[in-house]
Design a protein around this ligand. Structure first.
Ligand SMILES: [Zn+2]
Length: 367
């Protein structure tokens, strides 16, 4: 028995995660998993909020659910980009739709996306499962079309063939049990009041071009605050592994006295006790601008990040890379390289994300 603990915390409108286009109607609920074992529902709200909409990627979903709460980050009458990576359109013809503002025929115009957070071992916590079932029930009250559970709640996999949500692609019986649980009578636990977490200060961004250098953290759990002030609210505690590996330092964006800004939050580095800072010198800064990594789809992110960690180049979306020039050389990791603005284009795209990843690793091995 869990409480639904449903709260609404919409991200601001932005072209990447909340375009503001209206759904044509609600035809189905699409179940996803976040595949991100270090982030809960709130973390995803923070990630997709802001002008960058989550690292300038066209992605998002309406509701994120973890073992403590459910957070609606996009209004349920608006489009979210969650189930349309298949160029030929959805595998379920009933979910194929298009409009002038979103042509091509896809499922995002007719569906609500639900993202289930995972635990560190990659599984769903039982409370996450139970809470997601409660959210589905809630949606069925709101949208009568969803009441035919077995036909109206589908896996991302059913629409595009993507391995999502992986635990329910691997186990169809677990998926059927999940659906059966939506229809089972549920006695909901009373609402538990979860105190709202402090927000990141929206004036701080984490654009690649603003980096000052890198930071290796000294392995202790550290408080990540909204402002460079010991009395400022703590957004979260960085886990011990975060940035502790010298091979994978975290990016530094700003320094104020003993305070370091890593992305959108601050840590104290009093007496240099908590972090080893390495500032880019001018030459390295120039080096950085020599290359940029161009990414098209979420599936290519692991390979793109491996390359980014290795060569220190920032990431930019394929869409933006075709609009303006970001660096002398563009290294394309997924998608068509035609039309990219750069002096030199290195194309590492394969036919699938597997072959792209193989090309990236081959490229890295030759560096
Ligand atoms: Zn998915």
């Amino acid at each position: 028995m869990v409480a639904i603990n449903y709260r609404v915390d919409h991200v601001k409108k932005n072209k990447y995660s909340r375009p503001g286009d209206k759904l044509l109607k609600v035809q189905a609920g699409v179940i996803h998993y976040t595949a991100n074992k270090y982030a809960n529902a709130e973390d995803h709200q923070v990630y997709f909020d802001g002008d960058d909409g989550g690292a300038y990627r066209y992605a998002g979903a309406h509701i994120f659910i973890d073992k403590h709460e459910a957070v609606e980050i996009i209004p349920l009458d608006e489009v979210a980009y969650h189930a349309n990576e298949r160029k030929a359109g959805p595998l379920l013809p009933s979910l194929k739709a298009s409009t002038s503002f979103y042509p091509g025929g896809n499922a995002n115009l007719l569906t609500i996306g639900l993202e289930m957070c995972i635990e560190e071992d990659g599984t769903f916590h039982p409370d996450t499962i139970a809470r997601t079932q409660l959210v589905c029930k809630r949606l069925q009250k709101q949208f009568p079309a969803l009441r035919d559970t077995k036909n109206r709640f589908v896996r991302h996999y059913d629409i595009t063939g993507k391995n999502c949500p992986a635990p329910y692609v691997a186990s169809p019986s677990a998926w059927n049990a999940f659906l059966a649980g939506i229809d089972a009578p549920v006695i909901e636990a009373p609402k538990v009041v979860v105190p709202p977490k402090p927000k990141y200060n929206s004036k701080y961004t984490s654009k690649p071009e603003e980096r000052l250098g890198t930071v290796v953290l000294k392995g202790t759990t550290m408080n990540y605050r909204t402002e460079p002030d010991i009395n400022a609210p703590i957004v979260k505690q960085l886990p011990a592994y975060h940035g502790a590996d010298p091979e994978r330092p975290v990016h530094l964006y700003e320094v104020k006295g003993e305070w370091l800004r890593l992305g959108r939050g601050w840590i104290s580095n009093a007496k240099g006790a908590y972090a080893v800072v390495k500032l880019y010198d001018k030459k390295e800064e120039e080096e950085m601008k020599k290359q940029v990594i161009v990414v098209n789809a979420t599936d290519d992110f692991p390979a793109a990040l491996r390359l980014s960690n290795r060569i220190g180049a920032g990431l930019v979306s394929l869409f933006n890379a075709k609009k303006e020039q970001y660096a002398k050389e563009a290294i394309v990791v997924g998608g068509s390289a035609t039309g990219i603005k750069a002096d030199k284009v290195t194309n590492l795209s394969g036919d699938s994300y597997f072959t792209t990843a193989a090309k990236v690793d081959e490229y890295i091995s030759k560096l």
